[in-house]
Ligand binder design. Structure first.
Ligand code: ZN
Length: 306
């Protein structure tokens, strides 16, 4: 076991399969900078190892990942000058000013990280339980296959809660379809695992208690394929969607995301880069809970409170 603080790295079947787990139970696997840097190291370690055929990415506890870490003490210390500051806050644009700083830091640690994991030279499987929020979706979507527990739900709440046009890696239209992507971003509602399966986003639905064992069995089945065939299958699909515009659309929407941040930062005297209650969104810490979209209900919050 390497010396990771925010993830675990485990070899299975003589190293043919690697299981990486997000390991921040207290914050529901919120992604702080330290976690993202370690996750990149862990993925690249698995990629470099010729024994490895399949990488499973999971998260400990009740849910896979609650998204980017907005406010834990640890995350605030990482961003603030002092002994707890993460060294990557002083490189890759971290010493530049304003929009340039934000654009470069998000490009390296959110956008390019995710794209690099999507292009990993191994087959990757996301193992998901509970509700996956916002930037949690980026980790899930970066994987080649997604398997989920029967309690899994998926939501990007950054439109409804932060006045943002989705997360930095804009996979939404490709994963949800264009109209469902608009609906989910405009309402902040979630989809359940059955709908994610019907959309083709999720490959398997397992009982929660069997998630780990069933995911491993699935990984073992895929690990049997000759490595050359497995990689070229992955590349054939990825290069097809890239030629359909996926890669260029990701670049364009990352730029829109930066414009959206710049808008809020320009409005707020303290430079805060998202919307606040005075801008017309609920406080993200006390916002109404996320509900599963219902085709027959206009506003499920009204139903819940009546
Ligand atoms: Zn952002």
């Amino acid at each position: 076991m390497a010396d990771y603080k925010f993830v675990t790295y485990e070899s299975v079947d003589d190293g043919r399969i690697v299981r990486i787990m997000l390991n921040r139970l207290k914050t529901r696997n919120a992604q702080n900078r330290g976690m993202l840097v370690e996750l990149d190291e862990a993925f690249l370690r698995a990629e470099a190892d010729d024994q490895v055929r399949v990488v499973i990415l999971g998260g400990v506890g009740p849910l896979f990942s609650s998204g980017h870490d907005m406010g834990s003490e640890e995350a605030i210390a990482e961003r603030t000058a002092g002994p707890g500051q993460h060294p990557t806050m002083l490189i890759n644009g971290g010493t530049r000013l304003s929009a340039e700083n934000r654009m470069l830091q998000e490009w390296h640690y959110f956008f390019q990280n995710t794209l690099r994991w999507r292009n990993l030279r191994k087959i990757t499987i996301a193992q998901v339980q509970g509700t996956t929020y916002a930037a949690g979706l980026m980790l899930v979507w970066a994987c080649d296959l997604i398997v989920a527990a029967d309690d899994a739900k998926f939501a990007d709440v950054v439109g409804a809660r932060l006045g943002m046009c989705g997360v930095e890696y804009f996979g939404h239209p490709w994963e949800f379809g264009p109209r469902r992507a608009k609906e989910l971003l405009l309402t902040g509602d979630s989809i359940d695992v059955q709908e994610a399966f019907e959309l083709g986003m999720v490959s398997k639905i397992f009982p929660r208690a069997e998630l780990e064992d069933q995911t491993l069995a699935y990984a073992r089945r895929i690990a049997k394929l000759p490595t050359m065939a497995a990689l070229l299958i992955k590349e054939s699909v990825n290069q097809t969607v890239d030629n359909m515009g996926f890669y260029n659309a990701l670049q364009a929407t990352f730029t829109l995301h930066q414009l959206n941040h710049a808008h809020w930062a320009e409005i707020h005297d303290d430079g805060y880069q998202g919307a606040r209650p005075e801008d017309g969104v609920p406080d993200w810490r006390s916002a109404p809970r996320v509900v599963v979209r219902d085709p027959g209900v206009a506003d499920p919050h009204l139903v819940a409170s009546s």
